[in-house]
Design a protein around this ligand. Sequence first.
Ligand code: PEP
Ligand code: MG
Length: 587
Amino acid sequence: MDAMKKLTGIPASPGIVIEKAFLYLEDDFPEIPRYSIRKNQVESEWKRFLTANHEAAEEVKALHERALREVSTEQAAIFQSHLMMLEDTDFQEQIKDHLKDSLQNIEWVFWDISRELSQRLMAAPDSQFRERAADISDVSRRVMHQLLSVKKFSLADLNADVILVSHDLLPSDVLAMNKKRVKAIVMDAGGRTSHTAILARAFDIPAVLGLSSITKEIDEGDTLVVNGTSGEVIINPDTPVLRQYQKAIDQYRKRFDAFLELRELPAETKDGHRVCLKANIEIPEEADQVSRYGAEGIGLYRSEFLFLTPKQATAEEEQYRAYSHVLKAMEGRPVTIRTLDNGGDKLLPNFQATDEKNPLLGWRAIRFSLSRPELFKTQLRALLRSSINGNLKIMFPMISGIEELEQALSIFEEAKAECRRKNQAYSDDMEVGIMIEVPAAAMTADILAERSDFFSIGTNDLIQYSLAVDRGNERVNYLAQPSHPAVLRYLKKIIRHAHEKGITVAMCGELAGDPSATALLLGLGLDEFSMTAQSIPQVKRIIRGVTLESCQILAEKVLQCTSYHHVTLLVEAWMAEYFPSTDEIRS
Ligand code: PEP
Ligand code: MG
């Protein structure tokens, strides 16, 4: 067995797991045979192709139905498009012509054409075409497996507990896999907002992604430790490290069981100050499980996932169904749905300028929506119509000034008028709020509060923009310090102005789910915390273990600090005093 090795990737779905590695590599593909055929064999080769194509289509149909049942209409649409490729008669004609002209066996002909097509699309400057290349490759592999009669190993057939190691998983892989047996996922590719990350979180499977070349480091059967919370992966841990992690898992479980007992208890400080803890979700189906962790509502539903394929985004019905699903799942508890927040780090191939030098400062989020009023109104109408299915709040992302907010509100009024014209019911007292994530919005919080029903602070972006640090850039992201005095001053200012105008302030950036920041945020006056559902119990435990008064004193002291280093030390010391067992502040 090789020596122990430690790698760090992107923590994409939380939890710690120790298990054996199972390598699932797309490149395990048999060599494609190539031989000449006679003219009178063309028909029989063609029939072989039609049979293989038919079988592949049956597989895709089954996956489509399963996606509709288990995941979402958006996922199902991917398979619908695969089916359309398999049924594309032009493509089939092309294969038949090549078969007749080249007089080579059908495997070779088919592979040659599909590979050439996908390479051509890969090289296209338009990301929409490049995305299609991945689909063509997925579909042609499926047909090829049928032609060669090699049954591709299906992750549905896994019959032992494993950690799935892959270069990049296709949505069909994630859907098909036996979710009881896959204990964790590690991948070379992927990021926090990739398909796999989103599905892993939805299915509660720990995942570390973006490890570049981990598939080359791991051999089948190696023992792995995967920490989806910190992003660490340890290959073949030595005995002391293994023991350390086994202990961590035991403690995590025990702590978690204890945390779950808190589920029914309010998020209330010892001196009776109550706040609200909500969950962030990215796909509608996640709403079905957030109550398990005691979420009092959804504080941020990132609607971007619905926009992965252009068809759905323009289909009001698809959106209506997705929003209604979330609202019904939450049974009357509040649900805040954010309108499209594309651009920057959220790559939606079809809703993006591809030629921007500075996409983080570019045509994104509300700026994009305001420049595409029809698309924006489609989303707003879907939201309005779904509002009768629960307690909906709408939120606009990346607002940078009052003009943008007023423009968005006026388009919202137009959407309402359209619903009325069509006799479509909607809830009249819906709250409409904004995200505060641009420094300009923080500085003008008093002005924006006049026209908003609530604020939700997006610390991920607020930190990025106020400290001028691209949060995805590994070279500089050490500077993205939530405890930077500039960030803390912004937080204080936003909360103060909101409270002066009588509106509530939520936070839905990562900081809201960091238990080591909870006391400080309470002290600064935050009303609502929205986070990955799994973090709710830890944060609740902190809230129930402190008094508001002590947190306010902490906040006052922290605001006097001159550096983030100083803030961190002060908060750590305070936490150590109140929570001597560090268990509470670790996940
Ligand atoms: C944020 O910026 O903090 C936020 C919650 O939005 P997102 O991470 O989706 O940009
Ligand atoms: Mg943001």
